[in-house]
Design a binder for this molecule. Structure first.
Ligand code: COA
Ligand code: ADP
Length: 719
């Protein structure tokens, strides 16, 4: 769909009309093709402007069409027809010109952008490359190095940067469309050939091969197994080494390969899943009552430890005024220094002024009486949190929303000490809270829909991917992590080393293996929790044999490591040896190998050769199995929620779509068969027992992921 109008006598104005982002659907492509043909044929038309309605130029190809057979005119000849025509065509870019939208603009002879507009080629983030000439025209326009950077990262650039780079010709604070119409008249009769990018050569610096080789090395290192960034470099190389038509041929070949890949499917799934999880308040039918978010202008954070500081910074950056509370003057001053430093550092990077004026610091809880929403972030200790919540319930205004930042404590128990349990909700931030994109919003059994909507809305304002989860131990992310960690420890007992397990997981695409992550977070955290749970330490039931605790298999290896004072990076030693205390360079440690060997001898374990396939199956399938149980228990809205939690909070490689998507790709029968096998070998590990949902799905022919909900016995009962 494209509207056609003749304006100012001789200018044809073509307007893309496909809300909300004017994606290039079959109908839009047909509309543009017809409108351009008409404009080029009409002798009264001397120049053309292409724009988009509702202040958006174009959000690119219609991603929803990728899964369907192609219909309508293809993009490449459509864009070529614009470029090859003998009338100047000007793109008026407002809002965004992304992907195919920017490629369309690159086929135009001139580009005018509004100062608030952004442009970019984000295809790589969808597992693809810009295959409507983007990889061939952009290097010809702005040169090799900047084009490589934009195409391989998919980074969006502002209009100002686009002007500097030469992507657009003019930027205006007024209407880009009006300026483009005026400009289109001014350029009538000017030579068009230099403006036709396909006829130009890519500017080639003398060290072109080095630039390309370095880009390839950088991309391979960063991609963690993703194929699209590598293909992007190959396509841009063609823009340098080959004539335009041959370069286009190469671009098409690479695209055909990527388009069919499971990685592209995974990344496109993530695109929609990310948007779907944010819609809880609109889509969930499981609750009744008002689910409109409440306005929040003034918030408070209790406790300025690691989490509280990050949360405070995130709130201030989103423009909220914040009251920050600590127990005493010393802690308060320390917190203040850190928060100010973080905000200043951040503002410096963005070339902005830090909003220190939005903060008020106090040790007096009564100063919270005007705040709309309070986030408690004190130590992870139920008794302390209860004490704080009791006080909050008496000092805050009656309708203030009370949030607890906890990584797994029972939200209902906490809510029960207040006078208003319906206003209590869990907000599980991930450290560092001002950086990490994930937020688990925990619905207690009495949290009202309005309060849930408020927390979700706040998450959105903070730029988080917010996922609603149920109130169960560890919520969703940490609950699924337990079987994964257990399996990693069992593998060490049976013959693996930390570097072997981590190597397999990193090869899979995690930025860090499980043992490196544990070293980074500090091994003492889990140790303390295990002591409190009576799994290790003096309170262990002496009747429980050493490698069985509370009736199930238990690995004391992490406890043994901690007992040696190896607490991870901070002590310079953990599962690995570090260059210095606090250092980050991990090397395998012979002392750990010795500890493992001694342990096996002591317990009569004959070490086995363990391959990466077993590592992946045992760690990942155990985690996935718990994911099915989470769904079965109604603790997540659907597989998309679980997947987004893992992609945004736990380093699951995005090009593998998240654990539940990955299970579907591997094939549910295979996941079930391997779980059954490992369960037979390790009958004392309950989490290897396949979940009943997984069994039911397999019996029913392994339906696609979006149909799994139909097989739940208690759909969404907890949310
Ligand atoms: N194709 C199909 N649908 C698209 C789309 C596209 N290229 N871009 C956005 N949409 C849809 C979204 O799925 C969403 O649909 P929903 O309302 O049913 O959930 C809707 O348009 C609005 O998008 P959203 O991202 O929620 O809005 P926004 O204003 O925050 O952002 C964009 C708008 C254009 C910046 C953002 O959607 C985007 O980056 N889109 C993808 C661009 C891209 O990768 N293009 C290359 C395609 S190869
Ligand atoms: P985390 O890593 O979860 O953020 P920290 O131990 O780093 O935990 O921080 C908890 C912070 O909470 C500490 O700075 C502590 O002083 C503060 N705190 C503890 N109890 C209270 C309370 N009752 N009121 C305000 N702050 C508190």
């Amino acid at each position: 769909m494209a509207r056609y109008a003749q304006v100012q006598g001789s200018v044809a104005l073509i307007t893309l009309t496909n809300p909300p982002v004017n994606a290039l659907s079959a109908a839009v492509r047909l509309g543009i093709t017809e409108a351009v043909t008409r404009a080029l044929r009409d002798p009264k038309v001397k120049s053309v402007v292409i724009c988009g309605e509702n202040g958006v130029f174009c959000g690119g190809a219609d991603i929803r069409e990728f899964a369907k057979p192609m219909t309508g005119p293809p993009l490449v000849p459509m864009i070529s027809a614009i470029e090859e025509g003998d009338k100047p065509v000007v793109a008026a870019i407002e809002g965004v010109a992304f992907g195919g939208g920017l490629e369309l603009a690159l086929g135009c002879h001139y580009r005018i952008a509004h100062s608030k507009a952004r442009v970019g080629l984000p295809e790589v983030t969808l597992g693809l490359l810009p295959a409507a000439g983007g990889t061939q025209r952009l290097p010809r326009l702005i040169g090799l190095a900047p084009a490589l950077e934009l195409i391989t990262t998919g980074r969006h650039v502002t209009a100002q940067e686009a002007l500097k780079l030469g992507i657009v010709d003019k930027v205006t604070d007024q209407s880009a469309q009006d300026l483009a119409i005026q400009f289109a008249q001014e350029v009538i009769g000017q030579p068009l050939l230099p403006r036709k990018l396909s006829t130009q050569l890519t500017p080639c610096p003398p060290d072109v091969d080095t630039i390309l080789d370095e880009a390839m090395a950088r991309v391979k290192q960063r991609a963690r197994g993703a194929m699209a960034p590598v293909a992007c470099v190959q396509a841009v190389r063609a823009a340098v080494n080959l004539p335009y038509q041959a370069g286009m041929q190469k671009e098409q070949e690479l695209m055909a390969f990527l388009f069919r890949s499971s990685q592209a499917r995974a990344l496109q799934y993530c695109f929609f899943a990310q948007r779907a999880v944010g819609k809880w308040s609109l889509s969930s039918g499981a609750h009744s009552g008002n689910s409109k978010p409440r306005p929040v202008t003034k918030a408070a954070v209790i406790g300025l430890g690691t989490m509280g500081r990050g949360i405070t910074v995130a709130l201030v950056k989103a423009g909220l005024s914040v009251v920050a509370v600590e127990t005493n003057k010393k802690q308060l001053e320390m917190g203040k220094q850190m928060v100010s430093a973080m905000l200043k550092h951040d503002a410096q990077k963005m070339n902005a002024v830090p909003r220190l004026d939005l903060l008020h610091y106090t040790t007096d809880l009564s100063e919270l009486k005007n705040t709309d929403l309070i986030i408690e972030a004190v130590f992870e200790d139920m008794a302390l949190k209860k004490e704080v919540f009791k006080k909050l319930s008496s000092v805050c205004k009656p309708d203030a929303v009370l949030c607890t930042n906890t990584s797994g404590l029972d939200v209902d128990e906490l809510a029960s000490v207040t006078k208003r349990p319906e206003l209590v909700v869990g907000m599980h931030f991930f450290a560092p809270a001002h950086v990490m994109k994930l937020l688990e919003v925990v619905r207690g059994s009495r949290s009202s829909p309005e309060v849930m909507a408020t927390a979700m809305h706040l998450g959105k304002r903070l730029g988080k991917v917010s996922v609603v989860v149920g109130n169960c131990s560890g919520f969703v992310g940490n609950r699924m992590l337990r079987p994964y960690l257990d399996q990693a420890n069992f593998l060490l007992e049976e013959g693996a080393t930390p570097e072997l397990v981590d190597g397999a997981l990193e090869e899979f695409g995690f930025p860090m293996g499980v043992f490196k992550v544990s070293d980074l977070s500090g091994l003492d955290v889990g140790w303390r929790i295990r002591k409190e749970a009576g799994l290790t330490g003096p309170n262990v039931d002496p009747k429980d044999p050493l490698r069985r605790r509370q009736g199930r298999r238990y690995s004391p290896l992490p406890d043994l490591v901690c007992e040696q004072g190896r607490l991870g990076q901070k002590s310079g030693r953990g599962w690995y040896l570090y260059d210095k205390p606090g250092g980050r360079v991990a090397t395998p440690d012979p002392d750990i190998h010795k500890l493992l060997e001694d342990y096996r001898v002591r317990h009569g374990i004959r070490p086995r050769q363990i391959g990466s396939q077993e590592v992946l199956e045992r760690c990942l399938f155990a985690l996935i199995n718990e994911g099915f149980r989470v769904l079965e228990d109604g603790m997540a809205m659907g597989p998309e929620g679980i997947d987004m939690i893992y992609v945004f909070g736990y380093g699951w490689p995005r090009h593998r779509g998240g654990p539940m998507f990955y299970a579907a790709m591997v094939g549910l029968p295979r996941v079930l068969e391997r779980l059954e096998y490992y369960q037979q070998v390790h009958p004392d590990v309950p989490h290897l027992q396949p979940s009943s949902l997984l069994r039911r799905l397999v019996v029913n022919g392994s339906p696609p992921l979006d149909k799994w909900r139909d097989f739940l016995q208690r759909p969404h009962s907890q949310l």
